[in-house]
Write a protein that binds this ligand. Structure first.
Ligand SMILES: *Cc1c(COP(=O)(O)O)cnc(C)c1O
Length: 351
């Protein structure tokens, strides 16, 4: 096949509202008070794509970036300075510590093992994650006074909240433990809050906040409602219009049967794209403000929608999925995080 054969246009696109992304970062930076807001950009900016999101966030003023994998660190440094990038999982081997130094990104050290590994590789500016009650990554509290810690050049000492999206006593308990950490571990700056943690107030802000979800349009706590705008707009083309007669059934396992003559459209999105089967008979798409219901089961590559209220909608037209994250999470039972990170590779990511 000739390499220069032009590809027909995609039938599925994910529109990124870069103005909304920038305004969400500015809102979260302002809500962070005296702290600066950084950005969690792991999982390719929660599925939205680094190549558009990073330049937008950098132009808005963001200077601190958090990734989870080396592959993501390597991708991030194509858009932002390496010295602004922190790698959350930390070095698993000596070779990874050497890699971090060569790339110029800061590893987040999560255990005494990783601390020693970093020092062995030659050390330099790094981050330290302390576990204050999530039992996920991070140095156990009992290890913070280890002499190896005193040898580190810690740029950011951080911890992560487990229940910031709830009014849980765990938040204050973790804050109390993090205050002990701040007294015991010297660092240039301290960082504690994710998106939801920013809404918990100034006690939680420290020097640097690390929002992810809310940058991309998620609303993890009521306090953020009205301050965060939708960023991701999945849209699918109608690839066939069909006329149904009363009694015709729709899709796998015939879970919907028409009770009248109706017009339906087949759109080019399915569970392989992250539009999971939980949307069967439950999701909506939008056509000039009209909500059109999903009929029957979502298939791997296709979904069937009711075009009764969209007389002029035909093959080749685009329908937007109803995908405002808090409402979509309530309707689907998926988390706002899952709704974003599920969105697959077949979308043309555009602005
Ligand atoms: C993912 C992550 C964040 C961002 O969390 P959100 O809830 O998406 O704002 C912040 N800090 C760490 C350590 C993370 O892993």
């Amino acid at each position: 096949m000739p390499d220069d054969l032009p590809l027909p246009p995609a039938a599925l696109r994910l529109r990124l509202d870069t103005a909304a992304l920038a305004s969400n970062w500015r809102a979260l930076d302002a809500l962070s008070g005296r702290a600066r807001a950084g950005a969690a950009i792991k999982a390719d900016c929660y599925g939205l794509g680094m190549s558009a999101a990073l330049p937008t966030l950098a132009a808005a003023g963001c200077q601190d970036w958090f990734v989870a994998h080396w592959q993501e660190a390597a991708a991030a440094v194509r858009h932002v300075p390496a010295a602004q990038v922190s790698m959350l999982h930390g070095p698993m081997t000596d070779a990874e510590a050497v890699y971090a130094r060569a790339l110029g990104v800061r590893p987040v050290l999560n255990s005494l093992e990783q601390v020693r590994r970093w020092l062995r590789a030659g050390g330099g500016a790094c981050e330290l994650m302390v576990d204050t009650g999530m039992s996920r990554l991070g140095l156990p509290l009992g290890d913070i006074l280890d002499p190896a810690i005193a040898k580190l050049e810690i740029e950011t000492c951080m911890s992560h909240l487990a229940s910031a999206d709830e009014d849980s006593g765990q938040n204050a308990a973790q804050l109390g433990r993090f205050r002990d950490v701040m007294r015991a571990v010297p660092a240039r700056r301290y960082s504690f809050a994710n998106s939801a943690g920013i809404a918990l107030g100034p006690d939680y802000h420290c020097d640097l906040t690390r929002p992810g979800l809310a940058l991309y349009g998620g609303v993890p706590r009521g306090e953020l409602a009205g301050k965060i705008a939708q960023v991701a707009y999945p849209e699918a083309a109608v690839i066939q219009v069909r006329q149904l007669a009363a009694g015709d059934s729709v899709g796998y396992n015939a879970t919907f049967t028409a009770d009248r003559a109706m017009r339906v459209g087949v759109i080019a999105i399915g569970y392989a794209d992250g539009y999971l089967r939980c949307w069967s008979g439950r999701g909506y798409v939008l056509w000039h403000g009209q909500r059109l219901p999903v009929l029957g089961r979502v298939s791997m590559d296709m979904t069937i929608v009711d075009l009764t209220a969209a007389e002029n909608c035909g093959e080749g037209d685009w329908l937007a999925l109803e995908y405002t994250l808090p409402e979509a999470a309530a309707a689907s039972g998926l988390s706002q995080y899952e709704l974003l990170t599920l969105l697959g590779r077949r979308f043309a990511r555009c602005q």
